[in-house]
Design a binder for this molecule. Structure first.
Ligand code: CA
Length: 479
């Protein structure tokens, strides 16, 4: 028996521990993936994972912003417990993470690409035999990378480089041991700089506009109108890369900027898609596709002109939803779609389960393995808890928490920085929003004050209290 296998109980059934290839992009919204029905692009290589595996249609992040989501994925904890509530919080690498546990169980572990969990010695990756990461946000072209503490400039385009280094590591691994490789792309994060190969993609066409591009933020709490992430007003010269043509009407300005923004975003995605194909091809060539769990996801969703916005942070659908597709031929049937709610707080537990490692009591999520197998587990969650802490930072989004069920979403903009690092000391008067997603999937009409929904509001508030209590978080008290 080599280290790649384990024995279950007294049985003499030899079970091979699966390899785990976790591919995560930064800000890749599911509505820019053709396997999720994108109306604006095609992602044939990423789609292979969904077509040969399973697609989750209700995977949500618990705090829609980069660094906190990454901390949750590693720890299986909500942000108030893993210490990374905002972009300005530094990750304490001493805490328990799933890569550490896999490493202890004879997995080879590596992270290559975006780390984005703070600068300085205490936030270097831990639990990895090999790491080679971008400092901070990293650059698209000729990026600096930090390889095990040594800084180097790498020639080329960041998505290609991260894939090249991932392939190098895979090729040189010990084939007698299972592996965990976290391949974390910078793309398609702002400022959306494409590579030369895709620089002219979509040049001759107009990308379709989202239904809510001209949202006027009526019938909502004041948070939506206050946010400074509007396509028409808040994209800067670095984002747009070209000067605005003269003589455009206000509506035409929004349309022109949307095209500039979305085309570069989709060009960055196209490069990711090509590079996902390279990794999948390697698994085939090496004969390990059947033994490897391949995950494709993003640290959160993103507004692709939806509500007239770019960026994320809000609990609204486009930002809340994470793409989550998984292929593992030994256990997952091809072509599945799962409607159960999955959360980023479940990822760590899922990988531990597949590796045959006991899930620590302290972790707050649940293994998704039954869902991935296509089962309908009794008592699975029907609601989820969300909290965004970074009040008014960067894009002036108010601090909020809330609950989403399959039908409703209740959001409480408590709008207070509290003690969160990087939050702006400018509290606002608290407000609530309720959306009936069955009637209003684009969340354009807040029905919180509609008497027809008063019973629903009371029920959802009770459920919110319960979820917050279960998550060990503290309610906001307005004084
Ligand atoms: Ca992100």
């Amino acid at each position: 028996m080599n280290n790649h296998t384990t024995w279950r109980g007294d049985n003499v059934i030899q079970i091979k521990k699966p390899n785990i290839l976790f591919i995560m992009c930064d800000d890749h919204a599911s509505h820019a993936m053709s396997c999720y029905g994108s109306k604006i692009n095609a992602t044939p290589n990423i789609d292979r994972i969904a077509n040969e595996g399973i697609r989750f249609d209700n995977c949500f992040c618990t705090n829609s912003i980069c660094t906190p989501s990454r901390a949750t994925i590693l720890t299986g904890l909500y942000n108030h417990l893993n210490g990374v509530k905002t972009l300005d919080d530094c990750f304490d690498g001493r805490q328990l993470t799933f890569p550490k546990l896999l490493q202890q169980e004879a997995y080879q572990t590596a992270i290559i690409g975006k780390w984005h969990l703070g600068h300085g010695g205490e936030s270097d990756p831990t639990g990895f035999d090999y790491w080679n990461v971008l400092p901070g946000q990293g650059d698209y072209h000729n990026p600096e990378m930090n390889e095990m503490g040594e800084s180097k400039i790498c020639d080329g385009y960041v998505t290609d480089i991260i894939t090249d280094k991932s392939l190098d590591w895979l090729i040189s691994r010990d084939k007698d041991k299972p592996f965990l490789l976290m391949c974390h792309h910078k793309a398609p994060h702002r400022p959306w700089e494409p590579d030369i190969k895709h620089a002219h993609l979509y040049e001759e066409i107009d990308i379709p506009e989202p239904e809510t591009l001209f949202d006027d933020y009526a019938n909502r709490a004041s948070a939506a109108d206050a946010a400074t992430m509007r396509i028409g007003r808040d994209l800067n010269k670095r984002d747009l890369k070209e000067d605005l043509p003269e003589g455009l009407s206000p509506k035409e300005v929004v349309q022109w900027k949307y095209q500039r923004y979305i085309k570069d975003y989709l060009r960055c995605v196209a490069s990711v898609d090509d590079n996902v194909g390279r990794l999948l091809d390697y698994l085939d060539e090496d004969g390990i596709a059947d033994d490897t769990i391949v995950v494709y996801t993003s640290d959160q969703g993103f507004f692709l002109g939806d509500h007239g916005w770019f960026d994320k942070r809000f609990m609204y659908e486009e930002s809340l939803r994470m793409p989550f597709i998984v292929r593992y031929p030994r256990e997952i049937e091809a072509g599945g779609v799962c409607d159960f709610m999955a959360l980023n707080v479940d990822f760590a537990e899922t990988f531990l389960d597949y590796a045959g490692i006991a899930i620590p009591e302290s972790m707050q999520g649940h293994s998704l393995r039954p869902l991935l197998r296509g089962e309908n587990p009794d008592g699975w969650r029907t609601s989820m808890y969300y909290r965004y802490w970074m009040h008014c930072a960067h894009h002036w989004v108010y601090a909020h928490y809330g609950i989403r069920t399959h039908r409703y979403k209740l959001i409480y903009y408590y709008a207070d920085p509290l003690d969160a690092n990087g939050a702006v000391q400018d509290p606002k008067y608290p407000e609530w929003e309720l959306f009936d997603l069955a009637k209003d999937p684009y969340e354009m009409n807040n029905v919180y004050h509609d008497p027809n929904y008063s019973v629903t509001v009371q029920e959802l508030k009770k459920e919110l209290d319960l979820l917050q209590w279960k998550a060990n978080d503290t309610p906001y008290v307005f004084v």
